[in-house]
Design a protein around this ligand. Structure first.
Ligand code: DX5
Ligand code: ZN
Length: 233
């Protein structure tokens, strides 16, 4: 995984067909996904339940790009080793998940994986100021975590603050929640480079008819790249 600021689209398989994850992952990658985003929820930190380490290990067999595992669980630390062994490339934990996010990021890095830190909409950019040396990715939630298909909450001011705080460090800014071709330009212009999208990627398509996945991914990417001026470069 070499670092780049280019826009990356990370479909969330929370919006995939839950009876057919292997083929759904293959379909989104064939249709242009850069990363595969896996939303782990525990029914405690967030009011919904999704996948544990054995499911994530099963997804790994199909992911050829980057498996981006977003842990919406508390506590986090007892499960880091299991998600690392399951084959995550990036493990992201929430700053709100416990009192010792610094230790959590150290523990993620100790497994050899990339470490991400996620911020709920109500959490300020400053909460990661003393964590940047331990961080490969900051995930800015643009919905309250727990469900796909919610509407975008404008966090562009937070993204801008993070971009200037990060400076030239090799740290991704990821946006998660309500990303569409309409909202992507706002966050891309503010400095985000990884766009997670669930409903906006999977809508209109299926394993049997994957072309809409490709069109949806392209629409988000092109809108974001237009906003950063990348297509002119
Ligand atoms: C929300 C999850 C998101 C979600 C995004 O808790 O972290 O990854 O699946 O879904 P959309 O793009 O539908 O908002
Ligand atoms: Zn997520």
């Amino acid at each position: 995984m070499t670092f780049s600021h280019q826009i990356k689209i990370a479909p969330s398989i929370l919006s995939a067909d839950f009876a057919d994850f292997g083929r759904e992952i293959q379909a989104i990658e064939a249709q242009g996904a850069d990363w595969v985003h896996v939303d782990v929820m525990d029914g405690h930190f967030v009011p919904n339940l999704t996948f544990g380490p054995p499911a994530v290990a099963a997804f790994r067999k199909h992911v050829k790009t980057v498996m981006d595992v977003h842990l919406m669980i508390a506590p986090v630390d007892p499960y880091i080793e299991a998600f690392a062994s399951a084959g995550a490339d990036i493990i992201t934990a929430h700053v709100e998940a416990g009192p010792h996010i610094h230790r959590t990021l150290q523990a993620i890095r100790a497994t050899g994986k990339k470490a991400g830190v996620a911020l709920n909409p109500g959490t300020p950019a400053d909460s990661v100021a003393h964590l940047l040396d331990l961080t490969d990715l900051v995930c800015v939630m643009t919905v309250n975590p727990g469900f796909g298909g919610q509407s975008f909450i404008d966090m562009t001011a937070k993204v801008r603050a993070l971009r200037s705080m990060i400076g030239d460090r090799p740290i991704h800014i990821e946006i998660d929640g309500g990303v569409t071709p309409q909202t992507a330009p706002l966050v891309a212009a503010a400095g985000a480079d990884v766009l997670v999208a669930g409903s906006a990627v999977f809508k209109g398509g299926s394993v049997a008819n994957p072309a809409p996945y490709g069109a949806n991914i392209r629409a988000i990417r092109e809108a974001a790249e237009r906003a950063t001026g990348a297509q002119l470069a």
